[in-house]
Design a protein around this ligand. Structure first.
Ligand code: UDX
Ligand code: ADP
Length: 453
C-alpha cells in the first residue's frame, strides 16, 4: 500500500513517522510545499522538537518513509491521502477571529481532484469544523465526477511533547466515514492501517460528522478543565487555599479524575483557543448563541489568567517595571516542544514590554528568531529583549524571575547563587507551580505561585 500526507507539520510529520515505523509494508510519503521544511525533515536537524521523534524518523527514512515537495507525484501514486495542513483562525473577512480558515484544506482538495486518475481515500487529519468533509466531497465530485473518491475523518489527539507515546499507545483512534458501502470500505482501510499496532477495541468508528465534532469537543472539554482550575486559583490566592491541594482533593473523585487539573499561567498551543473559537462560530452559525457564550467563557478565563499574572508582578514591583530587568524562563507553550503558537509567554512578554520592562528570555528549545516572530513587535520593543543561552544568564542582575514554561531543567537551577546575582528585593513568580516555593522563600526571595494563598 502507498499512502501520503499533505502537510509536514507538528501533526503530519510525527503521525506518518509512526505509521511508517509500525507498518514496514506501507510506503509513506510526507509532502509539503515548504522546501525548507522538507529539507529539515531530510536532515539531522528536524524542523520540530519532539522527544523520541528523531530515532523513529532515522529508523524509517529512506526505507519506507519519504519527505518530499513532489506533491503531485505522491498524490497520484497513493491510495490513501491524509490532509494535515494548518487550519488557523481566520484573520480576514467573514468569521474574522473565530472561524477556521480552510483555504489550505480547500487547496488540497482541489489539487487531489486535479491530479488523481484513480479513486482515493482522503483522510482529514487537520482539525476542521463539522461538515468540512462536505466541502471536500463537493470539490471532488464537481471537479472529477467520474472518480469515486471517499472522504474519511481521522482527527489527531496527540499532544505536543508527548506525541510519540500518544501515537504509540493512544487512548483511542477515531475514524468517521460515510455510512454507504463505499464509505464503510474506506473506513475499514484506515482501520487496517492503525490495527498494525493499536488494539481493535481502541479504534472507534463513527459517522463523519460525529468524528469531526468529537475533536472540537475533546479540546473544548480539556481547555475547560484548565480554565476551571485557573478560576479557582484566583480564589485560592484570596482565601489561603492552595490550588494544587484543591486539585488533588477533587481529582481523587473518580468522576472528576486527576488529569488536566494543573493550574497555570494559562493554556496555549495551536489547538485549544482555535478550536473553541471555531466551536463558538459554528454555534452562532447554527443560531445557538447561548451555547457559544458558554464556551467563550473558557477563553475569557484564559485571558484573565494571563493578565492577572502580569498585574501580580506589577504589584510586587511597586507598580512599575519600567527599566527593570525581568528574566523570562521558558517561552514554549509547554515543556518538551519548541512550539510557541499561542504560548501564554507571548501575551505576558508583550504586556511587560508595554510596561517598559527589559526582558531576558531563555528557553532551552525555542530559537531567538522564533521568539521574535511570535512577539511580532516593532524593532524598538525587540531592542528591550536580551536573548539568553542559559537560565543563569537570564536571571543575572534581574529584579524578577517569571517561570512561564515547566521545563524540567528549571527545577535544577541553583537558586542560592541566582539570588546572589539579583537586584533586591529578589522576586520570583512561578507561573507553572513547578518549583518548591517554600525553599525559594527561605533563600530570601519574595516568591509566589499560581493559586497559592
Ligand atoms: C492538545 C490536546 O491535548 C490534544 O489532544 C490535541 O490533539 C491538540 O491539542 P497540545 O496543545 O499539544 O494538545 O498540548 P496539551 O498538553 O493539551 O496542553 C495545552 C496547554 O494547556 C499547554 O499550554 C499546557 O501547558 C496547558 N495545560 C495543560 C495546563 O495549563 N494545565 C494542565 O493541567 C494541562
Ligand atoms: P499542524 O500543527 O496542524 O501540523 P503546521 O503549521 O505545523 O500545522 O503544518 C502544516 C503544514 O502544511 C505546513 O508545513 C505547510 O507548509 C503545509 N501546507 C499548507 N498548505 C499546503 C498545501 N496546499 N500543500 C502542501 N502543503 C501545505
Amino acid at each position: 500500500m502507498k499512502i501520503c500526507c499533505i502537510g509536514a507539520g507538528y501533526v503530519g510529520g510525527p503521525t506518518m513517522a509512526m505509521i511508517a515505523s509500525k507498518c514496514p509494508h506501507i510506503q509513506v510519503a510526507v509532502v509539503d510545499i515548504n522546501q525548507e521544511r522538507i529539507d529539515a525533515w531530510n536532515s539531522d536537524t528536524l524542523p520540530i522538537y519532539e522527544p523520541g521523534l528523531h530515532e523513529i524518523v532515522q529508523g524509517a527514512r529512506g526505507e519506507n518513509l519519504y519527505f518530499s515537495t513532489e506533491v503531485d507525484r505522491y498524490i497520484q501514486e497513493s491510495e490513501v491521502i491524509f490532509i494535515s495542513v494548518n487550519t488557523p483562525t481566520k484573520e480576514y473577512g467573514s468569521g474574522l477571529g473565530q472561524a477556521a480558515d480552510l483555504r489550505f484544506v480547500e487547496a488540497c482538495a482541489r489539487k487531489i481532484a486535479e491530479i488523481s486518475t484513480t479513486p482515493k481515500i482522503i483522510v482529514e487529519k487537520s482539525t476542521v469544523p463539522v461538515r468540512t468533509a462536505e466541502m471536500v466531497q463537493t470539490i471532488l465530485k464537481s471537479t472529477s465526477p467520474e472518480t469515486p473518491h471517499q472522504v474519511v475523518s481521522n482527527p489527531e489527539f496527540l499532544a505536543e511533547g508527548t506525541a510519540i507515546t500518544d501515537l504509540l499507545d493512544p487512548d483511542r483512534v477515531l475514524i468517521g466515514g460515510e455510512t454507504t458501502v463505499g464509505g464503510k470500505k474506506a473506513v475499514e482501510k484506515v482501520v487496517e492501517i492503525y490495527s498494525n499496532w493499536v488494539a481493535k477495541d481502541r479504534i472507534i468508528t463513527t459517522n463523519l460528522w460525529s468524528s469531526e465534532l468529537s475533536k472540537l469537543t475533546a479540546n473544548a472539554f480539556l481547555a475547560q478543565r484548565i480554565s476551571s482550575i485557573n478560576a479557582i486559583s484566583a480564589l485560592c490566592e484570596e482565601t489561603g487555599a492552595h490550588v494544587d491541594e484543591v486539585a488533588r482533593a477533587i481529582g481523587t473523585d473518580s468522576r472528576i479524575g486527576p488529569k488536566f487539573l494543573k493550574s497555570s499561567v494559562g493554556f496555549g498551543g495551536s489547538c485549544f483557543q482555535k478550536d473553541i473559537l471555531n466551536l463558538c462560530y459554528l454555534c452562532r452559525y447554527f443560531r445557538l448563541p447561548e451555547v457559544a457564550e458558554y464556551w467563550e467563557q473558557v477563553i475569557h478565563m484564559n485571558e484573565y489568567q494571563k493578565e492577572r499574572f502580569v498585574r501580580r508582578i506589577l504589584e510586587a514591583m511597586f507598580n512599575t517595571v519600567s527599566g527593570k530587568k525581568i528574566a523570562i524562563l521558558g517561552f514554549a507553550f509547554k515543556k518538551d516542544t519548541n512550539d510557541t503558537r499561542e504560548s501564554p509567554a507571548i501575551a505576558i512578554c508583550r504586556r511587560l514590554l508595554e510596561e517598559k520592562a527589559t526582558l531576558a528570555i531563555y528557553d532551552p528549545k525555542v530559537s531567538k528568531q522564533a521568539i521574535i516572530n511570535s512577539l511580532n513587535l516593532p524593532d524598538e520593543q525587540i531592542d528591550s529583549i536580551q536573548f539568553c543561552e542559559s537560565a543563569m544568564e537570564a536571571c543575572d542582575q534581574s529584579h524578577c524571575i517569571a517561570v512561564l514554561t515547566e521545563w524540567d531543567e528549571f527545577r535544577e537551577i541553583n537558586f542560592e547563587s541566582v539570588y546572589q546575582s539579583m537586584i533586591k528585593p529578589a522576586i520570583l513568580f512561578d507561573g507553572r507551580n513547578l518549583l518548591d516555593l517554600e525553599k525559594i522563600k527561605a533563600i530570601g526571595f519574595n516568591a509566589k505561585g499560581i493559586g497559592v494563598g
